[in-house]
Design a protein around this ligand. Sequence first.
Ligand code: ADP
Ligand code: MG
Length: 727
Amino acid sequence: MTGNESRTQAIYEITNREPIEAKAPKKLEDIWASNVFSLSKMQATLPKDVFKSLKETIKTGKKLDPSVADTVAGAMRDWAISKGAMYYAHVFYPLTGGTAEKHDGFISPQSDGGVISEFSGKLLIQGEPDGSSFPNGGIRDTFEARGYTGWDVTSPAYILENEMGATLCIPTVFVSWTGEALDKKTPLLRSIAVVDKAANRVLKLLGNTDVAPVNSSCGAEQEYFLVDANFANARPDLLLAGRTLFGKAPAKGQQFDDHYFGAIPPRVQAYMHDIETRLYKLGIPAKTSHNEVAPGQFEIAPVFESANVASDHQQQIMTTLRDAAVDHGFMCLLHEKPFAGINGSGKHVNWSIGNSTQGNLLDPGDTPEENLQFLAFCGAVIRGVHLFGPLMRAVIATASNDHRLGANEAPPAIMSVYLGSQLEDIFNQIKEGKLVGSSHKGVMHLGVDVLPPLSKDAGDRNRTSPFAFTGNRFEFRAVGSSQSVSGPLIALNTMMADSLSWIADQLEAKVGSGSSPEETGNAVQAILKDIMDKHGVAVFGGNGYSDEWHKEAVEQRGLLNIPTTADALPYLKESSVVELFKTTGVLSPTELESRFEVYAEQYILSIEVEAKLVVDIAKTLIYPAVMRHLGEAAGTVANLSDIGVSVDKTPVEKVAGLAKSLLDGANELDSAIAKHDFGSTEEHMDYCAGTIRDMMNSIREAADTLEGEIADDLWPLPTYEEMLFIK
Ligand code: ADP
Ligand code: MG
């Protein structure tokens, strides 16, 4: 098929789709967590003492008693086999941001020719995948390829089904044989432990006697695009890079704002229901699904869970979105910017910390100005954002997210924190040295409750901030849609742990044991004033998209605007960041360095893949189509002149000129990609961010103009109109 034939065929396939077969509605209670080896299933199948010991570990992070492993493994195997599983897999989360699985059979052949299913505690606790094929940033040489997976008891095992069978999946960490973290889960677990320890100190210093372990929570809103597979499969760029590298803007985009929260097309609705059923079986609390701003863009958000489980579940959500799309004849695009000129996709990471005794520590209550405990935790966040803004930028830095950040639809590449007018006012009063009360509700003194409960959230909405307080949590809005949430959560938890430890040190120095609540209150206010004096510049409530902010942030406030991944990743090597991870023990300097290496390499590789695609598509799809058009047009012009009909040659000349730019550009880019003699990884990244991307952009400009000039029946790629509007 050439040119428009494949597009016509795709449209035919889509409009003649068999209607989706209605399925009998399922009861939530019947399917909920049916494929999860949950606490209740453990309780039902394990001896009392084993269950108690395991539950202790899950709930409080207490060290796992290895002697229980055999019993747990046996119960897990029996349950899995009863669900039809013949295999098990250690699931881990390598630095690529994806999910990896090492599959094994339960099968154990016997000497009498028979076979039994075997799964011991040893196999449950530890596995040894061939680690050499996962990026490790130089931690291991390939000749020392040993990598171990280790059971993470705090994230439940589950069964993954497909038509051909079922597999018991066991969430694990992935470490090298020298004990270094090769994955995203190990440091996440460490960061959860350090924030617990630091928060506990502060809570006790504030006078709480009963303090349960503090955990961090995460609720991640996932945006995605759906494109019919008939179109997507005809676009090499979507297949290999997940985004369109070419494509003229459609006449109608999102300017009518008619897609946001609009009616969901029935075919998409069926897909969403299917997703929800699959997720419910896995015990993943998917709650909201709706249309997003751009045509063809949607969102799914689960209810928040503890950070570690939420992170594993987020990976499963991404896998499920992609897999189910295939069954529904779609391709699900998780890329941050699949279509130029149209909103991109983010993953808002809603984050809070809390425990079972003091509750959500970021909940301001009705009178935040009196809630010292809340103010202390909120102050810790402000300090963290200011000190470690560049780290926050670095953990959301990917080649794909760069297209979205700083564009007109997504948070800027400058890290600041939005508190909402009421809280911002309270913190400004603290800075002035006197907290007189909430500005909206008249004058009052700390500790005297004369105010009626507030009916509005302390945090208003601000869609332009990368990191916004939204009532009882912070929303990290700059995270990219295709990313693992672990990196951002690790950064937030670790920054928070550092700030809380700092606050605890200050408090210890200021107030001894047996000091009065008033003395403690004054000490906290003094500490918060200090935080605002030093770090208040990171608090910003205005329009983060505006040019004025970009100027003010950099010139007056000394905040950093870090536009690209090439600029951001080197901050992972900054001494303050190295020190932060080292002192907290979340990442050793070697582990951090390896992350820089891996992420930098991924950045370079993804731009190289895109650049190669640009060359291929320009030369083998677009240029030939343009030449066909020119052949036809030039022939007609010549024929008409032959018979004395005057005809305008300029369109032909214009197309010929553009065709030359396209081809020249593609050839130049082809040679540019071949350059590999760089002095450093940083230099190579800069080259990709600048030279290569610029060349890609100018080739695209020529191609997109050509798309508007040549005969539509010759255009070889499904168009933006088709992909965005035909469902
Ligand atoms: P939005 O208005 O930002 O679109 P949604 O309700 O779609 O909000 O999603 C908000 C996300 O924040 C959900 O995943 C929700 O469970 C989560 N969330 C709510 N409260 C908290 C909290 N205290 N800590 C962490 N996440 C939370
Ligand atoms: Mg949100």
